[in-house]
Design a protein around this ligand. Structure first.
Ligand SMILES: Nc1nc2c(c(=O)[nH]1)N[C@H]1C(S)=C(S)[C@@H](COP(=O)(O)OP(=O)(O)OC[C@H]3O[C@@H](n4cnc5c(=O)[nH]c(N)nc54)[C@H](O)[C@@H]3O)O[C@H]1N2
Ligand SMILES: Nc1nc2c(c(=O)[nH]1)N[C@H]1C(S)=C(S)[C@@H](COP(=O)(O)OP(=O)(O)OC[C@H]3O[C@@H](n4cnc5c(=O)[nH]c(N)nc54)[C@H](O)[C@@H]3O)O[C@H]1N2
Ligand code: SF4
Ligand SMILES: [Mo]
Length: 724
């Protein structure tokens, strides 16, 4: 491969920026943003520049399949061939299925917006198991489920630039999305009004015309009160609502009780600011709503998102220039989610109904659901208790569940007790350390892929620019290899993984578009013309074809069809735990648990932070950089974090990131049990009644200064281990 520049897509995070990969002498010389890319338009971040190169070249990268030789988690491995690894995994699956049936085999993957999600779902479906876990219950699951129910599946996209008013709720784009951040700054420069709802004074909050510092977990009350003002003052878009919405009457009845004064008591935001925000969003048009992860992964997450969707509906801010865009697809293109939902690739209904969580969360896990994946916390319980039925084998790919699921002790306990744990990964994570088999995976430069990008809208292409190192394989090819071994043992009961390579899968995705993969290589993307107001022809994707302010699907499933507020768990005041802990603040150099083994990232941030107000710090005798023990009411809930004294958080809130582990600390957990906030947070109930999400973002806590941890993380030691 000579010197050249390849147009590709960065996939180190879900933003998926178009990239230009500069190759010289068989190496990646540099990687930059692609200004021509319709979605990202040149935006790029430090992870895109550094992480893909570091991940490919990492000295500790697993390059060959490995079998555990010592106790589980002892870190003793031997190299084996792919044939041995896949054959032995298939043998162990055969034993588990023989004893407990196919439902006892589960999978874990990050989500089904990546090709590994399809590979995982279809591999398990081959066996007759619907039980694969995605981490969307911790991510965008509440927002997606809400979108399925309301019909407002709308993304802000590039329309942000043309918006006159932008309402940003629980989103910190300066930390989490370079693309949205770029568009919002551009809109702000041309005079767009910016309203930000966040308990934290984030960078975007500092830029806002109106910052509403809300009590965590109370956003539904704010949205319902804003709707109250709009309807009460008649500033909503009557024509749009009459033509395109159903359920205005019951919705109006519901918001009647949510006066600005009532919502002010709940949210802590002055009533006049709520009125102001509502008037602005209803009259400074067009407007865009940006809903972030700050309102998701909460026990009232779906209703919160639905309440905000109602504001988009009431203002008619949808699929118009400068408003929220409905996702557009290239006709004929098969994206990952459409494959998972295609009857041709699904399991018989009675099997889909037996999924763990299907009965409790039919709109999340059952055949009618958005996710069609199982209820993760219940799967962890099933591994531990055998209820509702045993789960004895787990195949994990592209997710580090020990470090990113709440309740780390439970996860570790559950994994340790399994009959089989196989983990496919590109680096040794605390999850992989507990495996019986580790399967080495490709990194970005070694893979190819094509995805549909609603933000663009466009197809984005990932190109293979370097040969894979060692014997690494991509997800689809691992799944295909395993399928073949299972077939030899007559374990493939459903032929729903028909491809034999990733390229075959890509060809299948493009088959009905008239495009060939090779045609897309030059530009690295394929733009789709954006058509506004398509709902006039197609309607909205709900049973009524309209935006449902009262959801017919919820009503049929026996739920309250109209969104409502319910108080967050931490608010049940417990004087022993007077502070609220916010988790999951994004860090520019990390992607959740990833890059903790990369020097460039550790140099930027070397310890998990606890953001704490100066007066709170003083009251507790805590100074900048001190280790702080954070304890939560959950029995096992405690963690050590490093004080970062800042006025960005109010006095009664402390805030932190997520995902920490340290390669230099002893395995298998590598410090995750001590330093990762998910060790302090339970994955247990209460769960969102619709999506089953646990309250992973906000939690009651208390803090005290701790002595320096004996096993403190050390960059020098990490270097030493990595042989630098
Ligand atoms: N650099 C980097 N970028 C990332 C990621 C990463 O790991 N690193 N992860 C990616 C992924 S998968 C995701 S899901 C996104 C998440 O990114 P975002 O959607 O931006 O969400 P967060 O950063 O988790 O939280 C956003 C804000 O919500 C606030 N918040 C917390 N609780 C509440 C609440 O109850 N109400 C309101 N209104 N606000 C609240 C927090 O203070 C925070 O400022 O980032 C993506 N981008
Ligand atoms: N307390 C708390 N917990 C949270 C959150 C929070 O805010 N608070 N946020 C939640 C959110 S939003 C999310 S999305 C999850 C994230 O949870 P995870 O998905 O576990 O996050 P990562 O650490 O990014 O990725 C895990 C693994 O995926 C693999 N991987 C990553 N990229 C690729 C790839 O391109 N190809 C392949 N083959 N493998 C890859 C790597 O092996 C990596 O170790 O965590 C959730 N957990
Ligand atoms: S934001 Fe950064 S890591 Fe995410 S896709 Fe863009 S360049 Fe890659
Ligand atoms: Mo996420």
């Amino acid at each position: 491969m000579g010197d050249r520049v390849v147009a590709s897509t960065c996939r180190e995070c879900s933003v998926r920026c178009g990239s230009l990969v500069h190759l010289r002498d068989g190496r990646v010389e540099k990687i930059i943003g692609n200004p021509a890319h319709p979605h990202s338009r040149g935006a790029f971040c430090v992870k895109g520049v550094k992480a893909s190169v570091a991940a490919r070249e990492h000295p500790d990268r697993p390059l060959y399949p490995m079998r555990r030789t010592g106790e589980r988690g002892s870190g003793q491995w031997e190299r084996i061939s792919w044939e041995q690894a896949l054959g032995e995994i298939a043998d162990r699956l055969q034993e588990v299925i023989g004893k407990h049936g196919p439902l006892a085999v589960a999978g874990a993957v990050s989500n089904h917006f990546v090709s590994r999600g399809v590979a995982m779902a279809q591999l398990l479906r081959c066996l007759g198991s619907p039980n694969y876990m995605i981490n969307q219950d911790l991510c965008q699951g509440c927002r997606y489920t809400a979108a399925m129910l309301t019909g407002v599946g709308a993304q802000p996209g590039a329309e942000l630039e043309h918006a006159r008013c932008i309402l940003v709720v629980g989103k910190s784009p300066s930390e989490s999305s370079v693309v949205q951040w770029m568009h919002i700054k551009a809109a702000r420069r041309t005079g767009a009004k910016l309203i930000v709802v966040d308990p934290r004074r984030t960078q975007i909050a500092r830029m806002a015309h109106l910052w509403l510092p809300i009590r965590p977990g109370t956003d539904a009350a704010l949205a319902l009160a804003m709707a109250h003002v709009m309807i009460d003052e008649g500033v909503h878009d009557r024509k749009f609502v009459e033509q395109w919405c159903v359920g205005l009457e019951p919705f109006s009845d519901r918001v009647h009780g949510y006066t600005p004064a009532v919502a002010s008591d709940i949210t802590g935001i002055p009533a006049e600011q709520i009125v102001n925000a509502a008037r602005r969003f209803a009259t400074d048009k067009p407007g865009c709503l940006v809903l972030g992860h700050g309102i998701d992964a909460q026990a009232n997450g779906v209703d919160t998102a639905r309440a905000f969707h109602a504001l988009v509906a009431l203002t008619g801010n949808i699929d118009r220039p400068g408003a929220n865009r409905m996702a557009k697809r290239l006709p004929g293109f098969r994206d990952y989610a459409s494959v998972i939902n295609d009857p041709e690739f699904r399991l018989p209904r009675e099997i889909e109904e037996s999924i763990i969580g299907g009965r409790e969360y039919p709109l999340w896990a059952g055949p009618q659901s958005w996710a069609k994946s199982c209820h993760n916390p219940s799967v962890i319980q099933a591994m531990l208790t055998g209820e509702p039925y045993p789960v004895r084998a787990l195949y994990v790919s592209g997710v580090n569940i020990v470090c990113t699921y709440p309740g780390i002790r439970n996860t570790v306990g559950a994994l340790k007790g399994l009959d089989l744990l196989a983990v496919a990964t590109d680096h040794m994570t605390p999850t992989a350390e507990l495996a019986d088999f580790v399967l080495p995976k490709t990194t970005l430069f070694e893979e190819e892929d094509v995805t549909s990008d609603p933000g663009g809208p466009c197809l984005s292409v990932v190109q293979r620019v370097l040969p894979p190192r060692g014997e690494v394989r991509c997800d689809m090819e691992i799944a295909v290899g395993l399928r073949d071994e299972l077939r030899k043992r007559a374990l493939v009961r459903h032929e729903v993984l028909p491809w034999n390579s990733h390229r075959e899968f890509i060809d299948f995705q493009l088959e009905d578009t008239g495009l060939a993969f090779d045609d897309l290589h030059e530009k690295g993307f394929h733009e789709i013309p954006f058509v506004y107001e398509e709902y006039r022809k197609k309607g909205f994707p709900t049973p009524s074809g309209k935006i449902e302010l009262a959801s017919s699907r919820l009503e049929r499933a026996g739920y309250d069809p109209v969104p409502n507020f319910s108080p967050p768990v931490y608010a049940a005041s417990n004087p022993e735990f007077p502070l609220t802990l916010l988790t999951g603040i994004r860090s520019m150099t990390y992607h959740h648990s990833r890059f903790r083994n990369h020097r460039w990232a550790r140099k930027a941030q070397n310890a998990p932070e606890l953001r704490i107000h100066p007066r709170t710090a003083e009251r507790h005798g805590i100074a900048e950089g001190d280790w702080v023990r954070v304890e939560t009411p959950d029995g096992a809930g405690r963690v050590l974090l490093s004080a970062w004294v800042t006025e960005e958080v109010p006095e009664d809130i402390v805030a932190t990131g997520m995902g920490w582990w340290f390669p230099e600390l002893p395995g298998p957990d590598h410090g995750a049990l001590t330093f990762n906030v998910d060790a302090a947070i339970p994955y247990g109930p209460p769960w969102d009644p619709i999506a089953g999400s646990a309250e992973a973002r906000n939690c009651a806590c208390r803090i005290r200064r701790a002595e320096p941890a004996e096993t403190a993380p050390s960059l020098a030691k990490a270097d030493e281990l990595a042989g630098r």
